[in-house]
Structure formats: C-alpha cells, structure tokens
Design a protein around this ligand. Sequence first.
Ligand code: AMP
Ligand code: ZN
Ligand code: FE
Ligand code: FE
Length: 310
Amino acid sequence: MNSIAAPGKPGSDVEGPTPAGPAPGSPFADLHLHTLFSDGTFTPEELAVRGGEAGLAAMSLTDHDTVEGCGRMAQACQALGIDFIVGTELTAEFEDKEVHLLGYFLDPHNAPLLAEIKKFQAVRQSRIHEMVARLNKINIPLRAETVFALANCRSPGRPHVARALVQEGLCPSMEEAFERFLKKGRRAWVPKCKISALDAIALIHQAGGLAVMAHPGLNHCDEIIPTLSGQGLDGIECFHTKHSAKMSKRYLNVAARLNLLVTGGSDCHGYSKGKPLIGGVKLPGVYLQKLMAAHQNRGGHRAVVMGTSS
Ligand code: AMP
Ligand code: ZN
Ligand code: FE
Ligand code: FE
C-alpha cells in the first residue's frame, strides 16, 4: 500500500465551508465520489485522473446502489499509484429519518449485497416512470425514455430527471428543476426504496464492509447517531463539501465520544461551479489509516482494498 503519513492535529484542516487540505505534501483521501454508474458525470477513469491531479493518495467510489464502477476505477487508480477502496452509498431510514450509509471495503462479488442492490435499482427505475408521470400530469411533456437514455445506467435518480428536463428545454437549470419539481414535497417528488438503517449496516457487514453515516449534517439526524453506534455503525463522515467548519468539528467530537471512525469526501458528481469537486474535501491520512486498520482488524484482506501496494 502507499505509505500514509500522519498529518497535523485532527480537524486542523477545517478552515472554511469547504475544508481546505492538510499541509502541502501530506497525503489525503477523498472517500465519497460518484460516476456515471449512478448520478455522476465522470467515468471511473476520468475520476481517477482528476483524483491524481488533485493529489489524492486514496479514493473510494460510492455510487448510489451499485458497485459496478469499482473494478474499472480500481484499475485506473492502480495505474496512477492511488489506493482504492470499494464502496457504495445506500439510502436508509431509521425512526422516520432518512440517512445515507456508505459501505467501505465491500466484497464487490458478495451475493446478498448484489441481490439487495438489484432490488434498489428496480425501484429506482420504476420511480423514474412515476416521476415522469407526475410531471406529465402538470403538463411537463418529458418522456421516461429520454431520462433512461440520458442516465444509461442501472441506478437512475433525480439528477437524471433534472438533466433531462434541461436537455429538453423544459427547465433552465438543474437547480431550478429540483427547486420546482424534484425536492422533497414538490409535485414530482417520489420517495425512494429505503432499507432500514440496521438492515443496511448488517448488509454492509456481511459483505465484509464498514458502515459509515454519510453527511450527517445534511440529514439532521444527530440524535440517532448514538443508537446506531450501539447497533454496529462504524463511523461518520465528518468532512463533506456541504459541512461547515463548525459542523465538521462537531462531528469530530461526536466520533471521538462514541469511538467512531472518521471519514470524509467531496461527494463529487462531476463539475460544480465550473470545476470538478473531487479533492475539494481532504480526509487527512491519519483517519484513512484508522479506517484501514479497522478493516484489517475485522479480518479484512487486501483483495478488497484494490491498491497499488503489496
Ligand atoms: P436520488 O437518489 O434519486 O433521490 O437523488 C439524490 C441525489 O440528487 C443526490 O445525491 C444529489 O446528487 C442530488 N440532489 C439532491 N438534492 C438536490 C438539489 N436540491 N439540487 C441538486 N441536486 C440535488
Ligand atoms: Zn447523488
Ligand atoms: Fe448522500
Ligand atoms: Fe453521495
């Protein structure tokens, strides 16, 4: 594996709304990324190259409800000398709260995981039909075929509907598409298939993975973190593009108090405000080392950490 040196004190990289990086030269990771295997716009190869340009020592691909892009991404990372961790992002719920769970170090061939993912994907596909039907009902003439052609993947989602609306000249921007139609509670919003958070954690564990709560600051679910921690949650994503410096510090404290692992990532879906978001959030190497150590303590083996090293 690439050697990962310890950075400065925890949280020292938290400077502004988007955490800046650790000291120049010290290694860091981006562990929350999407490709066109779900609702991102980069291929795995493009993402790996962008990660290399951003100076990342490690990356994980966390496409929604799929691990399909991980093989290609692992190969591309290997060619660039970057460590790669197989991942996914599942939408779950607990006590009526929606939570996103990141699975890391998953066995990409695990049969129960692949079977569940297939169900989530089927629901995502029928949800596209339902969102389009709701749009049609309010006289927005979008066709489901247009969305599927644009998405061209097994895990289509709201961003594909938004892009299709823009492409067809039915809405000026993606932001407006969400604001007018697709945000929770809007006319074309359709809930997604949600696994219970406890089942999602168990699913990730049985596939050899670690379960991490994504962007807790966006889901307003702080009160359930201690419960989930007692039920097997392994970590929380303290560093995220949409976490303020204050939020990141708060979650670092929560993680320390509950003895949870700390992760972070940009949640890059492609370009944002004219530049790729990847590498915009930098997880200091010390946290990555702890994550790797936790995986190995669970009996994890190198085969699922598709890296450059021995
Ligand atoms: P879905 O999984 O189909 O519900 O879509 C969720 C994805 O939509 C997120 O991962 C974001 O990429 C994107 N998203 C959610 N809310 C917004 C928003 N208000 N504006 C733009 N993109 C959004
Ligand atoms: Zn997304
Ligand atoms: Fe998410
Ligand atoms: Fe995400």
